[in-house]
Design a protein around this ligand. Structure first.
Ligand code: SAM
Length: 271
């Protein structure tokens, strides 16, 4: 069913399959400290015009609306029309739809004037694009001089799970990271910000851990990664059984442990 209009035309509203709003909501609770710090680093003020690129279902835009108030403007953009629809409904429910709008655009080419926004944020988008440097360059273009840019992303190679079949774990980690278009981008953010000549760069690391096996499988999308790893011959069915048995045993004993890090980088445009 097409419920979103663009340029007067109905467009399809299928989730593109990155993740769905329930997943984003569950993960948002886990990464709350990172989200809150990202808002701080945007140096938000009443009346500011701000943008969240790859906004998903609006986990951040509604909060940003409270910071800038009705005299400001919050724009969220995403390529997933179903996410945009969900985010716009959330804005309505929150009563902020007059100054919060979610639009269907690709981060690689944004329709906004240069120097238009006071600050610009993005979270867990770069991992899904082939050329994060091009997206960052667009972010720099649309941010005004002295405005702040904030990006948070995962270095998927940091997913570490306590187990005793580490050879299988290493292959799975590599495979899972390579499945993303830019699975290592968290560790690249500092370089990308420097290459854009951004000033006052701040880097912060957010470590997360989980002792919940089921939740870790859900967050890390392990079912999908494992079945693709089998299909592509990265691991055998026997190895998968061995891996599962190892993790299930840890879970039964109440000693399951996994961790990963996210990286948050902020910088100011001075030109
Ligand atoms: C992991 S989700 C993160 C959503 C949101 N930033 C959050 O923290 O809840 C990544 C989002 O990026 C969007 N996305 C992927 N490629 C994109 C692109 N080229 N332009 C804009 N959005 C994109 C996806 O549709 C998805 O909603």
């Amino acid at each position: 069913m097409a419920l979103l209009k663009k340029g007067g035309e109905d467009i399809s509203t299928e989730y593109l399959g990155y993740v769905n709003p329930d997943y984003l909501q569950t993960l948002a609770l886990k990464v709350k400290p990172l989200k809150e710090r990202s808002y701080e680093l945007m140096h938000l003020q009443t009346g500011h015009r701000v943008i969240d690129i790859g906004c998903g279902s609006g986990m951040d835009t509604i909060t940003l609306a409270e910071f800038v108030g009705p005299t400001g403007k919050v724009i969220g953009v995403d390529t997933d029309t179903q996410m945009i629809l969900t985010a716009n409904n959330k804005a309505k429910e929150a009563g902020v739809e007059d100054w919060v709008i979610h639009e269907h655009y690709d981060a690689m080419s944004l329709p906004y004037d240069s120097n238009y926004f006071d600050s610009c944020r993005t979270e867990r988008l770069f991992q899904h694009v082939l050329n994060p440097e091009n997206v960052l360059s667009e972010m720099v273009r649309i941010t005004r001089p002295k405005g702040w840019l904030v990006a948070a992303d995962t270095d998927h190679s940091t997913l570490s799970i306590d187990n005793s079949v580490v050879d299988i774990e290493w292959r799975m980690r590599r495979f899972r990271t390579d499945k993303f278009k830019s699975g290592y981008v968290g560790r690249q953010l500092y370089r990308l910000f420097k290459q854009q000549n951004l000033a006052d760069i701040i880097v912060e690391i957010f470590p997360f851990f989980s002792t919940d096996y089921a939740l870790t499988r859900y967050f890390a999308l392990l079912d999908e990664a494992e079945s693709e790893a089998i299909t592509t011959g990265i691991i055998t069915k026997e190895e998968l059984q061995h891996w599962h048995a190892n993790l299930e045993q840890a879970d039964e004993k109440g000693v399951f442990f996994a961790s990963f890090t996210m990286i948050l980088v902020a910088g100011r445009k001075i030109f």
